[in-house]
Design a protein around this ligand. Sequence first.
Ligand code: CMX
Length: 156
Amino acid sequence: MFNDKVVPLQLIVIIQICNNMKISHIEHLGIAVQSIEESLPFFTDVLGLECYATEVVEDQKVKTAFLKCGEVKLELLEPTSPESTIQKWLDKGNKGVHHVAFCIEDGVANALAEVSEKAVRLIDQAPRKGAEGLNIAFLHPKSTCGILTELCEHPE
Ligand code: CMX
């Protein structure tokens, strides 16, 4: 059916089609709030979730608070500067879920290379350090169905 020259080419096409990134689960939902102090009681006292860590991410100009909800985390994001991307988003009248972060089993760098080939617009060209020491990269919402999408992996 295939001659010697055609078989390898067709196999390459099949391998490329099958070569989807491996997502294990939603790592976290990023939720933009003006004030963690004012928002946290809803998550802890009403939903009964535990806030297990807070962290300032200087380069993103945010303070974060993490809550665990089963395997998925909620990351509350409070702007620490008027220049914060979170503050700008809130100033436009948005609030609530700001981004969805997927845990990539086979590497964020591989996933970035893969989605680039599928014409997805990258915000980060290479993985960088995010909150909790994760390696992360964002995809632009204009090419991800309007959902600001974060790819992440645990460094080990
Ligand atoms: N979800 C969906 N769409 C969004 C969005 C979001 N969170 N943020 C911006 N957009 C949309 C805007 O509505 C806008 O659409 P229109 O042109 O139709 O109005 C478009 O994207 C461009 O938005 P913008 O305001 O002109 O651009 P910004 O300068 O605000 O940049 C973005 C937007 C996504 C590139 C920027 O927010 C970014 O680089 N985000 C990644 C980093 C990040 O979000 N850091 C904070 C979290 C850090 C952490 O988790 O630790």
